[in-house]
Ligand binder design. Structure first.
Ligand code: ADP
Length: 259
């Protein structure tokens, strides 16, 4: 367990970071972490120096997505981010075991994340992408308020229920004056590898319509794709292995739109 009682260093741990971008969703399982990682790699493909912080303490997926193993090294009193595909990466999943983090309540989540932010030597970065914990509860609000965010990207599926949650997420960031960089429609449609047909499993265009309604930019539609899922599970995200492929291009476009 991390020493939650220790006071964070006074010096601003993010002093060398030009932009901090939160990737958030109203609920879990919509592809927030997948988006965060591929967006970070899309930013990297644009030639920027990029870090990614997995603040999803209850379900840290960054170690799997980037194929990270072992514990981060320490330099003085700071942790050195791990390196993967040109990204600097840090995840709660590298520091505590899953069972410990699972039972943390709101305030503990918040102090653990603050601690993780303060204890990591990010160095100079153009962008730090923060994979937020899903939802719009107190921990998320405190995190949105307590982090110097340049903006937030909201991820949703086209389903009405996910969009209602996305709307709550947008309202939460607006409440604390964090600009909404845009809405991503994930699992947008399914292109059948057998018949070539384009199937809108959860309905289609819902996020675009919602983005228009809320006057936020629409950042793109990512299809429900078997190779995207397989690549993520294998720790080789598509935007790292094939940045100029059909999926990689979607994330590079997203990256250009948020900068
Ligand atoms: P969240 O962070 O919102 O909980 P994840 O990014 O972990 O969601 O995604 C949940 C699961 O769905 C993972 O297995 C992931 O590989 C898969 N997934 C996410 N987006 C897609 C997509 N566009 N196509 C196929 N599988 C996806």
């Amino acid at each position: 367990t991390p020493d939650l009682g220790r006071t964070a260093a006074k010096a601003d741990p993010l002093a060398g970071v030009r932009h901090v971008i939160a990737v958030a969703s109203g609920k879990g399982g919509v592809g927030k972490s997948t988006t965060a990682v591929n967006l970070a790699l899309g930013l990297r493909a644009l030639g920027l120096s990029v870090g990614i912080l997995d603040a999803d303490v209850h379900g840290p997926s960054l170690p799997t997505l980037l194929g990270l193993h072992g514990k981060p090294a320490a330099r003085g009193r700071k942790l050195v981010p791990m390196q993967a595909y040109g990204l600097r990466a840090m995840s709660m999943g590298l520091m505590v075991d899953a069972e410990t983090a699972m039972v943390w309540r709101g305030p503990m989540v918040m102090s653990a994340i603050t601690q993780m932010m303060a204890d990591v030597d990010w160095g100079a970065l153009d962008v730090l992408v923060v994979d937020m914990p899903p939802g719009t509860g107190d921990a998320q609000l405190a995190l949105a308020q307590g982090t110097p965010l340049s903006g937030a990207v909201i991820v949703s599926t086209p389903q009405d229920l996910s969009l209602i949650d996305a709307r709550r997420g947008i309202a939460m960031f607006r409440k604390v004056d964090v600009p909404i960089l845009g809405l991503v429609e994930n699992m947008s449609h399914f292109i059948c590898p057998d018949c070539g047909g384009d199937h809108a499993i959860f309905g289609h265009g819902g996020a675009q319509a919602e983005a228009d309604r809320l006057s936020v930019p629409f950042l793109g539609a990512v299809p429900l794709a078997m190779d995207l899922r397989a690549a993520s599970d294998a720790g080789r995200p598509v935007t790292a292995s094939d940045p100029d492929g059909p999926l990689g291009r979607i994330y590079q476009t997203m990256a250009r739109a948020v900068m």
